[in-house]
Design a protein around this ligand. Structure first.
Ligand code: ADP
Ligand code: MG
Length: 255
């Protein structure tokens, strides 16, 4: 069974005055198998964040549905949504979303604190993750004391510590310099190799070239998919660049 099924997803934003509804997603269909690493690309305004927010059940679609491990998110009562998200999904955002008044350790523990896990379990979960992400020596520091790349590793640790079925990332390298980007992409590859399913929205060809599959969205639908197969990241980079050229012909350039 696919881990994630996206069926005929439609999202229309209507403004308060109802004048100009925006069709952000028209008919998006795709599935993600357990263990996949999927990048989603598209021009600015093509609906990538809208899609991710719906996958994260942070927003409801106008039509269609999202199933996680066979369960439609629409079937989950609003009152149980926060717990559902916390138990099943991990999030990594462009701007890290760390709390400055919390140490890095407490930032990472936060979802487990909310899930009322005890300290022994939190510490046991953190140890291997901190080691894998290379942040074990930083845990007593505060977000303002570390670099952007280190902040993003902490955000990844916070996403992983609940052992989510799916990690969702929206432009995770968007605020990072090229060295920190490479390092974070390496981390994503490693956690994916260890079995973690990842869906990452990005407008970075370099970031997408590390994924196992790249979905391109345009005009509210999945316009094209590229599978990595036996290709290297360099070959994927080339193929993605070519696809983006086709995608943007006659339109605005990709940011
Ligand atoms: N809350 C909202 N209300 C109205 N329109 C929105 C809202 N969020 C996004 N949009 C519009 O939906 C389209 C897709 O936006 P978005 O999903 O943010 O695209 P992307 O992340 O690919 O840049 C854009 O035209 C955007 O202006
Ligand atoms: Mg966006």
């Amino acid at each position: 069974m696919p881990l994630l099924e996206v069926k005929h997803l439609k999202k229309i934003y209507t403004t308060r005055f109802g004048n100009n509804p925006v069709e952000a997603l028209k008919d998006v269909n795709f599935t993600v198998e357990p263990g996949e690493y999927v990048a989603v690309m598209g021009e600015s305004g093509s609906g990538k964040t809208t899609l991710l927010n719906i996958l994260a059940a942070l927003d409801r679609p106008t039509g269609g549905e999202v199933l996680l491990a066979g369960t439609p998110t629409s079937a989950i009562p609003e009152a149980k949504m926060a717990a559902y998200r916390r138990d099943n999904l991990g999030f990594v955002f462009q701007d890290f979303n760390l709390l400055d008044t919390f140490s890095l350790r407490d930032n990472i523990y936060l979802p487990l604190v909310l899930a009322q896990k005890n300290h022994t379990e939190m510490a046991a979960r953190l140890e291997p993750i901190a080691k894998q992400l290379g942040i074990a020596d930083l845990l007593d520091k505060y977000p303002y004391e570390i670099s952007g790349g280190q902040k993003q590793r902490v955000a990844v640790a916070r996403a992983l510590i609940t052992h989510p079925q799916l990690v969702l990332a929206d432009e995770p390298t968007g605020a990072l310099d090229s060295k920190a980007t490479e390092s974070l992409l390496h981390v994503f590859e490693e956690i994916n190799k260890a079995g973690q399913t990842i869906v990452m929205v990005t407008h970075s060809t370099r970031a997408a070239s590390h994924a196992g599959r790249v979905l391109f969205i345009k005009d509210g639908v999945v316009f094209h998919q590229l599978y990595r197969g036996e290709h290297t990241s360099a070959e994927m980079f080339q193929k993605i660049s070519e696809t983006l050229t086709v995608l943007t012909t006659g339109g605005n350039s990709v940011e």
